[in-house]
Design a protein around this ligand. Sequence first.
Ligand code: KG4
Ligand code: ZN
Length: 332
Amino acid sequence: MRICAVESSCDETAVAIIDDGKIVLSNIVSSQINVHSKFGGVIPEVASRLHIENISVVIEEALQKANTTLNEIDAIAVTQGPGLVGSLHVGLLAAKTLAWSSGKPLIPIHHIAGHIYANAFVDEIEYPLLALVVSGGHTELVYLKTEWDFQILGSTQDDAVGEAYDKVARVLHLPYPGGPAIDKLAKLGHPHYTLPKVRTEEPLNFSFSGLKSAVLQLVQREAKLNQDINQEDLAYAFQEAVLGELLRKTKLVLDTYEVKHLVLAGGVAANSRLRVLINELNSEYPELKITIPPLWCCTDNAAMIGAAAEVAYRHGIRGNLQISANPGLEYK
Ligand code: KG4
Ligand code: ZN
């Protein structure tokens, strides 16, 4: 089954051609990062406009690179949500147009389902599956007892983990997106600063806004005392605190639920320290299958939407031409 997948939920205009949910014939990502980094974050209005300018070119390039035509495509997949509404609309309209003009089925996909099924490019997904979802908009522990059966066991009460990275990076005057910059700095840092313990109402929920504020207060306090901040040590302290929380809650699930396979999903899955820590879980849980997505499919792309769409299609998921972008879409 050959799928043309479209992703435009945030600031990447992306189109991929995927065979049988696993073989990547092309995966074109046009990033708007250079534009948004000037503003220190994504400007939704600008993002939508750039998607409109780029989408046709990216579709064309994806078909060309895959050496295929719309006639040879069996279905059109598209991210329906969550994401920025204006950005989502552009991809959705493009995908609906492709589906309408070619007469092929439309498969609406949840963006995070895409991040989770990106792991299918490197490993066979086994169930019960636990996905630690860490992106710019989401931080969730998602449990799939069986295929395409999503249950959110815990999620963030405030900031998503990537959002916290980006906000702390801004405090430290690092470029956007802040995650990769903090990841790099933290490698050079040492234990020095102490940040407060995170508290959440529900044991499996997350909270990162307190940590972010603690970093801001620490920076302001040192500035008042005319003391220089050691950026590397502060990046280290922040990262260890955040990742410690992610690990602690993941283990809580592993200790209480039946889990055969653990996968990492979302942009923060690119974090070098998190990748090491997740892999190390194997010494504590030797029976557990662990998959970490390769770097090329951690951050937003359309290949992952194609991978999820192949599963969704088998589960009867179809969209008609009336469906709309849904920034708060739930798993289905
Ligand atoms: O999944 P993604 O590409 O977009 C969303 O769906 O949100 O995730 C983007 C997030 C950003 O917050 C970015 O700072 C973070 O992923 N990120 C990282 C790293 N690379 C990207 N965070 C920590 N360490 C990294 N190496
Ligand atoms: Zn994403």
